[in-house]
Ligand binder design. Sequence first.
Ligand code: 2M8
Length: 459
Amino acid sequence: MSDPTLAVNTDMSADLWNSAAHVLDSNWSHDHTVPSRRLYPHQWSWDAAFIAIGLAYVNPTRAWRDLRSLFEAQWPDGRVPHIVFDPRTAEGDYFPGPGFWDAPAYGNRPARGSTGLVQPPLHAVAAWEVYRRAASHGTACAHEAGEQLAWLYPRLVAQQEYLTGRRDASGDGLASIVHPWESGLDNSPSWDAAMSAVPADMTLLDRYQRRDLEVADAAHRPTDTDYARYLGLVVNYRDGGYADTDLVHRHAFVVECPSFNSILAAAELALVHIAGVVGADPEVHRERARRISTAISEHLFDPATRTFRSRDVRTRTLSPARCINGLMPLLLPGLPAEQAAAIMAEAVSPRFGLPEQTGLPAPSHDRTAPDFDTLRYWRGPIWINVNWLLRRGMLAHGYHGEAEDLRMAMMRLVHQSGHFEYFHPDTGEGIGAPAFSWTAALSLDLLADRSVPAYARAA
Ligand code: 2M8
């Protein structure tokens, strides 16, 4: 438990800033940033977005380079791969690696250069944040950053068109994910109901060796049964040529996630601004943001519990699990006020117990659920990236006091425990990979925020 009365003072801020900048610097690898040197030695898609937001403060050239490296690996159909493999990293250093995914060659990219899955499309939001930061430094910087935006814009649009087109498996205007890894919230209980229908072929674990258990504690990582299901889903999608036609009948996991879709809508809103800079029509983005937001409100909200849940497209049922992804529709400024209030009620309840109760940011799963797990991946521990998104949502809906408490709680936690991948939801102890890039990057953004005079309250 963290002390909520402990203010973040100037010395702590300087420590946090310097350590965060150091983590980002040491995780830079040629043309991208790795999430963690040991556990994740390639480039990950939504990590790159969070990382760019932090790099904007300490090395804007790298922020743009990171985003460009990712989009240089974009597939011709518009999908942005969830991992871009670094050819300098040995096949055995990460599993499932390039050989397992066996992605085709395209454009000037060699075969086996990436995975065929996606991750939440936060990149337009990131690009806009990097641009905003540069533009605050004067016309010359704004001009240079505008050129980066112009390069990215058609690629960001192609990503949105892929997700809102081929991935609209239900026809209800929402993007489906075809693997829990696409959510970024990999092992969340949000997928348990849909995953229970996915066959677990345990022989896959005889044929392929898990590497995560060599570099991380088994008590934190997915179970073997879950892992067998993960691999089986990849094999099925891969063997179907990563095609998205008729997914509902051909694929065992087709799910609409409230967090993924909220980020999809937030990306359209960022594209409204980006279109303004690059001289494109913003209206198409405004309209698409409105459509996605309405679909989230209509199809992913459970009026009985007043919560947002993931929806299994194959059975058309909402998951019973109350997870952090259900709080993410707060990112949508157009969310009806009563749904925004319902999210805030859930966020401050004992289920997610925001700083006022615990002094800590929100856990990844409902604290009161029988399957709340303090250690296992995305099943209870605290993650900074989703709390950073939640805080943005609070600001979008005018919950300024709560947003500031959450910002302080995140900074306190990272300052006390270090730039870990995730944190114990009771003790705040850092767990998972140390020197984790998005924790460092987002710490810089939280520190740089001067919207509330936090340092005036320094002890
Ligand atoms: C975790 O996911 C990877 C698979 O993509 C893994 O478990 O090996 C997740 O936390 C995901 O959100 C994150 O992008 C990735 C790299 O940080 O690690």
